[in-house]
Ligand binder design. Structure first.
Ligand SMILES: Nc1nc2c(ncn2[C@@H]2O[C@H](COP(=O)(O)OP(=O)(O)OP(=O)(O)O)[C@@H](O)[C@H]2O)c(=O)[nH]1
Ligand SMILES: [Mg+2]
Length: 365
């Protein structure tokens, strides 16, 4: 049996070519649209590829048990067909098509720092669901905007309803991303409500200055601060703080490549029953590093995400990139060094506008 591929601008033309060469006995195994190869192929119209199998007359005649062989061939064909269907179904997924109506959104997402495969997969999947060819500009814009904002999801800030008992809040993440500053912002905002009892813990004993840094904030806000060195200290401090509604735990920044679930920090985290964990990521970190950070922290399932230093970030695409990859909720965005003002609950509509807006730099005005 021989398997051959025929391509043409349309299925009709590919089929004609096939019939001319193989005759009408050939069996069509699969028909699919493919992109032309090479970089420029992405911009060209897809072509149709037909895969056909046929048995050459000579070989059939020369076999002694033709009937048996036909059964065998037919079984083989079935197996081959299944195999090719499997291959082509995975190929279609990676070759999602961006229709001309969505091209400009694709370009904008890329310009705004959304990863190529993520942008392609979001818009390509949208195109598989919705026919854009009969829609006007406004309708297309609304659909794309809605889709992106669904991917970003509703922000999940700190739940300050603590009827479920004392809440322990951990800020974790790489070095220097703004964990301590962000913690101070969150605590200061909560203190302003004047109705919660708050305790602070730092497990960052790695740097002398780190304890000092949090001590300064705890003095200003008149909140107790405990320094802990291990999980035994942590449990003791929880007991000491048993009257508190909220306990905030600042942790030492760690090179993400050295993060493991055996670290004592995670033992502590697991011993707090009612906890909220925030993974703090900087808006200035590039996507390939962010990818390896989220990979490294993936053993923690329930963390929410805070993006810091958005005032220094050039693009906002990483918000969508990280959300798309982790599926974890986004919570806050920080945009400056001022405690407590420079923090906001992540605004999905604003982020969506930045991602598909005409001018990515408009946001800074
Ligand atoms: N521009 C800008 N700077 C920020 C922001 N948040 C924090 N910073 C600055 O980033 C620097 C590091 O902040 P820290 O809060 O000490 O960071 P950290 O994650 O606690 O650092 P380590 O504990 O050493 O891992 C400080 O100079 C902060 O003022 C922000 O939203 N925007
Ligand atoms: Mg710190």
């Amino acid at each position: 049996m021989i398997v051959k591929k025929y391509t043409g601008p349309t299925a009709y033309e590919a089929m004609n070519q096939l019939k001319k060469e193989l005759g009408s006995d050939a069996v069509v195994l699969n028909t699919r649209k493919v992109r032309q190869k090479g970089f420029l192929g992405f911009f060209k119209k897809p072509i149709v590829e037909i895969t056909a199998a046929y048995e050459s007359k000579d070989s059939l005649a020369s076999r002694p048990h033709i009937e048996n062989n036909m059964v065998k061939v037919s079984n083989e064909l079935m197996a081959l067909k299944t195999m090719i269907e499997d291959i082509s179904s995975t190929m279609v997924k990676t070759e999602l098509e961006i229709p001309v109506e969505l091209k400009r959104y694709h370009v904008r997402l890329l310009e705004n720092g959304v990863d190529h495969s993520i942008a392609t997969s979001i818009l390509g999947e949208l195109n598989e669901q919705i026919d854009f060819s009969d829609k006007d500009e406004q309708a297309i814009h609304d659909i794309v905007k809605y889709a992106i904002s669904e991917y970003i999801g509703r922000a999940q800030p700190m739940n300050i309803d603590n009827r479920g008992g004392q809440k322990v809040i951990f800020l974790i993440g790489p070095t220097g991303v703004g964990k301590t500053t962000t913690l101070a912002k969150l605590v200061a905002k909560l203190t302003m409500e004047k109705k919660h009892k708050i305790g602070l813990i730092t497990s960052d004993t790695y740097r002398v200055a780190a304890v000092e840094q949090l001590k300064t904030y705890s003095d200003i806000m008149q909140l107790p601060l405990e320094v802990i060195y291990n999980s035994r200290d942590f449990n003791r401090t929880l007991i000491k703080f048993k009257e508190k509604d909220f306990i905030f735990v600042d942790t030492a920044g760690k090179n993400h490549r050295k993060v493991t679930k055996e670290d004592e920090l995670y033992e502590m985290m697991n011993s707090a029953k009612n906890r909220e964990v925030y993974l703090v990521l900087s808006g200035t970190t590039n996507f390939s590093v962010l990818k390896s950070i989220i990979e490294q922290y993936s053993f923690i399932k329930d963390y929410k995400i805070i993006f810091t230093k958005m005032d220094e970030a050039r693009e906002f695409g990483n918000i969508l990139n990280v959300k798309y990859l982790t599926r974890n909720s986004l919570a806050y965005m920080t945009n400056g060094q001022n405690v407590p003002d420079d923090i906001d609950i992540l605004d999905r509509d604003k982020v969506t506008d930045w991602l598909i807006g005409e001018d990515p730099y408009e946001r800074s005005s």
